[in-house]
Design a protein around this ligand. Structure first.
Ligand code: F6P
Length: 320
């Protein structure tokens, strides 16, 4: 039976990663395992930056944002020689299996390691909610709360000045943060990769909101990587009755204390990951589907298409 497991966090950090580290460590230790923290993602794995974790060393972190293990992106991990180096570091310490908390790029690394004989289980740690096999990723709900708080504040000042606030939110080509926050904040327009962006059409809708609906302000929530929001704000000022102002929320969305949902999700997923590793199972990722914590083969998870958000988009249109 497996005796020593490792845990790492990889890619962009997300609130709740610490709760996952705590869960894996404590569930593991309580089941008689030794648990090791691998620092700075796959980079630390190849460099051998690996230390034992104890019940105490993961104390006082369930409520903390970020990740005590640090995170990194290592595109070179797709190279076999880099991975071989990493596997050697694990073997040197007798670490037979690893929990990887990160996005789908990190899952590819986890799959490759499993194929090299190190069982890995992936946990979905990203604010983007862009891992298609799970209804929610660890960190999404906390980031959503942050975005909603920021947009509520922008609304106050937009309303005082007859302005249009264009708010760029993260998501890495996934529109969930924009869509969820836009509905929750009562935005006037939401733009995501799924809705598409027709600049002239959006400007026309803003003119209608000003001239026909007599709105005092307008909020446009737009996913990152779609357009230059500063340039677009200038066009709003030139072509509509609103003064346009762009706000890019940026990395503020990734910080902060995880909300209870993310802490619970991370704890449940961490528990499931340890249970699978103890049964000698690897190459799977953990998901929440219809309120149940389940395991899915990574090969299957990576190929799943993104669920259409049409129903939520329709709801939004009916609320405007
Ligand atoms: O994947 C999380 C994320 O925050 C994305 O939303 C964003 O596009 C990206 O990471 C930013 O990456 P970095 O922190 O490396 O600038």
């Amino acid at each position: 039976m497996v005796k020593r497991i490792g845990i790492l966090t990889s890619g962009g950090d997300s609130p709740g990663m610490n709760a996952a580290i705590r869960a894996v460590t404590r569930v593991g230790i309580n089941a008689g395992l030794e648990v090791f923290g691998i620092y700075n993602g796959y980079k630390g794995m190849t460099e051998g930056y690996i230390e034992p974790l104890t019940r105490e060393s993961v104390g006082e972190i369930v409520n903390r944002g970020g990740t005590i293990l640090g995170s990194a992106r290592l595109p070179e991990f797709k190279d076999l020689d880099v991975r071989q180096k990493a596997v050697k570091q694990l073997q040197k310490r007798g670490i037979e299996a690893v929990v990887v908390v990160g996005g789908d790029g990190s899952y590819r690394g986890a799959l490759a390691l499993t194929e090299m004989g190190v069982n890995c289980i992936g946990l979905p740690g990203t604010i983007d909610n862009d891992i298609t096999c799970t209804d929610y990723t660890i960190g999404f709900q906390t980031a959503l709360e942050t975005v909603v708080e920021c947009i509520d504040k922008l609304r106050d000042t937009s309303n005082s000045h007859h302005r249009c606030s264009i708010v760029e939110v993260m998501g890495n080509r996934c529109g969930d943060l924009a869509l969820w926050s836009g509905i929750a904040c009562g935005a006037e327009i939401i733009v995501t990769s799924e809705t598409g962006f027709d600049e002239e059409e959006v400007l026309g809708r803003l003119r209608d909101l000003d001239l026909i609906k007599k709105k005092r302000h307008a909020i446009v929530v737009i996913s990152e990587k779609i357009t230059d929001v500063d340039q677009f704000a200038k066009k709003v000022s030139l072509n509509t009755g609103f003064a346009g102002r762009a706000t890019t929320l940026g990395h503020i969305q990734r910080g902060g204390s995880p909300c209870p949902f993310d802490r619970l999700l991370a704890s449940q997923m961490g528990e499931k990951a340890v249970d699978l590793l103890m049964q000698g199972i690897g190459g799977q990722c953990i998901a929440i589907r219809n309120n149940k914590i389940v395991a899915i083969p990574i090969t299957e998870a990576l190929g799943m298409p993104h669920e259409s958000r049409k129903p939520l988009m329709n709801l939004f249109e009916r609320l405007v």
